[in-house]
Design a protein around this ligand. Structure first.
Ligand code: SF4
Length: 375
């Protein structure tokens, strides 16, 4: 069982908080789609004959693609890979792109799940984040997607935004509940370098949200969503029963995946591969049959760190037995020593063989996971 990821590195404009590499120059889209079609064919052996259970159009903003381009890419996948009949096929979308005929065409092309970059239902917050939509449009677009037949909807929400009160944030969570959203990815705002917000921050024109406010919004996310039947199945991911992202879960379960397009990563169980990030170089090298990727064979330490990185983010956590069986005694000894400290500080919970993050640990998950890394 495996997945395919297609990276679409275009955005109509840059959001104030985002440090992803994406261009607003759409002139090369058709050429890029053609290069990705070629890459899919060239690398059809990468995941062997495994059944493709998930396909994910991510970005950037994949909804800049026409429905015909989406259909063409899917046709190449269906022709060259063994695709499951119930394959989860997700497209990340910007609400502004979601006109009704486009949604219907996407559904007809095969898209059965949509991840919509909502971020907030509050108009002041949307404007502050540099998003080009307002609440009324968002609500209409979500309803239109469902009407077009794409009923499995995920949205992103951001908390910890300067000026965002707990009440306003709760309004966004409740609005999502009323709209019948089945999956929510909720993130705390991080001021990343190379963003508009970072420039404001460095020139004292942005003051980060207070820690207490961020903690209150983090707790409100978990409590509100669990009261509404959502399981908190990964650090930032919440889903109703049967609506967990199968694609993202496959990353966390260490399944194989083929990543296509500039800067896309792939994993075949023993090595990682990542494509060049420049759109121009990727397309040129694809055309002239030159290398467009680098490969890294994972060492034992890499595999251990990887196991922690993906496993501890999930509600299933990691297995002490697996670590003792798969990794050498030095790594296992280090793991058990650090685990005991984190357990007594209530960042980690240990129940029989399973090790998971506590709520306190989830809030600082990156730090906790890094503490367990073996260098
Ligand atoms: S947040 Fe999404 S839409 Fe906004 S710039 Fe980043 S990738 Fe593009």
């Amino acid at each position: 069982m495996a997945g395919i990821y297609l990276h679409i590195p275009y955005c109509r404009s840059k959001c104030h908080y985002c440090d992803f590499y994406a261009t607003s120059n759409m002139a090369s889209i058709e050429e890029l789609v053609s290069a990705e079609r070629s890459e899919l064919i060239a690398r059809k052996q990468y995941i062997g004959n495994e059944v493709v259970e998930t396909i994910y159009f991510g970005g950037g903003t994949p909804s800049v693609l026409s429905a015909i381009q989406v259909k063409d890419l899917l046709a190449v996948i269906y022709t060259n890979f063994n695709v499951a009949s119930d394959c989860e096929i997700t497209l990340e979308a910007n609400p502004e792109d979601l006109a009704e005929p486009y949604l219907t065409d996407l559904h007809l092309a095969g898209i059965n799940r949509m991840s919509i970059g909502i971020q907030s239902f509050n108009n002041d917050m949307l404007s502050y984040l540099g998003r080009g939509h307002d609440n009324s449009k968002l609500v209409n677009k979500i309803k239109a997607a469902k009407k077009a037949g794409i009923e499995n909807i995920s949205i992103d929400l951001i908390y910890g935004i300067p000026g965002l009160s707990l009440d306003k944030y709760l309004e966004s969570l409740n609005e999502a509940m009323q709209l019948g959203i089945q999956h929510i990815s909720a993130y705390s705002l991080i001021i990343e370098k190379n963003t508009f917000f970072y420039k404001l921050y460095k020139t004292n024109r942005l003051v980060e949200a207070k820690d207490d406010d961020v903690v209150a919004q983090f707790n409100a996310t978990i409590d509100t969503l669990s009261n509404n039947g959502f399981s908190h199945y990964e650090v930032s991911s919440f889903a109703l029963e049967g609506f967990q992202s199968r694609h993202n879960s496959s990353y966390w379960e260490g399944k194989k995946y083929l990543g296509v397009g500039p800067s896309a990563h792939s994993f075949d169980g023993s090595s990682r591969q990542w494509n060049v990030s420049s759109i121009k170089t990727y397309m040129l090298n694809m055309k002239s049959d030159k290398d467009y990727f680098e490969v890294e064979i994972l060492s034992e330490v890499d595999r251990y760190n990887e196991y922690l990185l993906v496993g501890l983010r999930t509600a299933k956590g990691i297995s002490k037995k697996y670590i003792s069986e798969q990794f050498n005694s030095k790594i296992n000894g280090y793991f058990l020593k650090e685990l005991s400290k984190l357990n007594s500080d209530d960042f980690i919970s240990v129940a029989d063989d399973r090790v998971t993050l506590t709520r306190k640990g989830i809030f600082v998950s990156d730090l906790i996971i890094r503490t367990l890394f073996f260098n």
